[in-house]
Design a protein around this ligand. Structure first.
Ligand SMILES: Nc1nc2c(ncn2[C@@H]2O[C@H](COP(=O)(O)OP(=O)(O)OP(=O)(O)O)[C@@H](O)[C@H]2O)c(=O)[nH]1
Length: 368
């Protein structure tokens, strides 16, 4: 893989990002410099008041040591997986705001392992009422019988309070398993969980399953899918990306949140893990190089901006193209080299100097 260019090319008259209502607060950008997300961490007691809060809530639940806090730290705090070995057990609900863009704006609540639904000070009704997704983490390297009964109890309680919750099951720590073993575990866990629901007459509750590990990109991909389900504009975004690729000779396009490397939308062609990993690597390269070379001496902590873009030629005739869309979003595309070099390709024929603009249904503009 050769990095051709990571450079500053500013764009013509395209409308400003704010048209889509993205956060304009400069402070948010400190996220890049300190490795944090500009989030506000908080520890809640079970009975803390939550009035006035509007962001969708993602709950991380599961038995002790299943990996909940590690997932949150790796995905949203850039903690290296090895460092999670030293995380202390969570003994209160930890709440964190993730507000890197208007599409990726939610709260994550990390629960202590054993929450007691019968504890009168634990107002689970209030918690589930405002929840968009409940992620239940099961340690695949451990015996999961107890985890499955906890999953059943949690899901049935939550469903009673709020049937609109998306139930997401992370079969976690699969890094220790062979491919065959992974599939076998998934099948077994899926079957037992569905049987438990069927026995309780609750077949209508849908559980989605993901094989995850913090030691590879699977945790980012799974989180991407969880987050995408909470984005009301997703069908519009997918549609726009479909139109975009069909008019530009691009094979695959992703819209990424560069801070978390969650992809918030892609066109309707299938996503394979390798493609996703390449996108994450490219974002890392762009941010790393921008940190070193992209800032003037006097500037501090803004390694990603309107001028961020990069082209990487892979050694298999594919070209990767990254371009800033908003302060926190990047378009990452895969295009064949011959299409990329065609004179009429919008990415080439003045595309850098006169950015391609897409008009969205709500009359706002995207500059690509
Ligand atoms: N092999 C492997 N270990 C993991 C993975 N994710 C987390 N771990 C390890 O699992 C252990 C427990 O992780 P935590 O994140 O503290 O688990 P938790 O669910 O938050 O635990 P509580 O706070 O006690 O509820 C740590 O030693 C992590 O390093 C993974 O994907 N693979």
């Amino acid at each position: 893989m050769t990095t051709e260019r990571v450079s500053a090319l500013s764009g013509g008259d395209a409308p400003e990002d704010s048209a889509l209502g993205y956060y304009d607060d400069e402070d948010d950008l400190d996220a890049f410099s300190d490795g944090e997300l500009g989030c506000e961490d908080g520890v809640l007691g079970f009975s803390d008041s939550l009035s006035g809060e509007v962001k969708p809530r993602i709950l991380l639940m599961g038995l002790r040591r299943s990996g909940k806090s590690s997932i949150q730290k790796v995905v949203f705090h850039k903690m290296s997986p090895n460092e999670t070995l030293f995380l202390e057990s969570t003994n209160k609900i930890c709440r964190e705001d993730v507000s890197s863009s208007s599409f990726v704006s939610f709260q994550i609540w990390d629960f202590p392992g054993q929450i007691d639904f019968f504890d009168p000070t634990f107002d689970y009704e209030m918690i589930f009422r405002g929840t968009g997704a409940l992620i239940f983490v099961i340690d695949s390297q451990d015996d999961y019988v107890e985890a499955l009964s906890r999953l059943h109890l949690t899901v049935t309680r939550a469903y009673k309070v709020n049937p609109d919750i998306n139930f997401e099951v992370f079969i976690h720590k699969v890094d220790g398993l062979s491919d065959d073993h992974k599939i076998e575990k998934q099948r077994d866990i899926q079957k037992r969980a569905s049987d438990d629901l069927a026995d309780a007459g609750l077949e209508r509750i849908h559980l989605s399953f993901y094989l995850t590990s913090i030691y590879d990109h699977s945790i980012f991909e799974a989180f991407s899918k969880v987050v995408q389900k909470l984005i009301p504009q997703l069908p519009t975004l997918e549609n726009l990306l479909n139109i975009f690729i069909s008019n530009s000779g691009i094979e695959k396009a992703f819209l990424f949140d560069v801070v978390s490397k969650i992809y918030i939308a892609t066109d309707s062609s299938p996503v394979d893990m390798q493609t996703y990993e390449l996108c994450c690597d490219m974002i890392d390269v762009v941010i790393d190089i921008s940190c070193i070379y992209g800032l003037a001496d006097c500037e501090a902590g803004l390694p990603y901006d309107k001028e961020s873009m990069a082209i990487i030629h892979l050694n298999n005739t594919t070209v990767m193209y990254l371009k800033e869309v908003t302060k926190f979003l990047a378009m990452v595309c895969f295009v064949r080299r011959d299409s990329f070099e065609r004179k009429d390709n919008p990415l080439v024929s003045g595309g850098f100097l006169q950015p391609l603009c897409l008009r969205t249904g709500d009359e706002s503009w995207w500059r690509v």
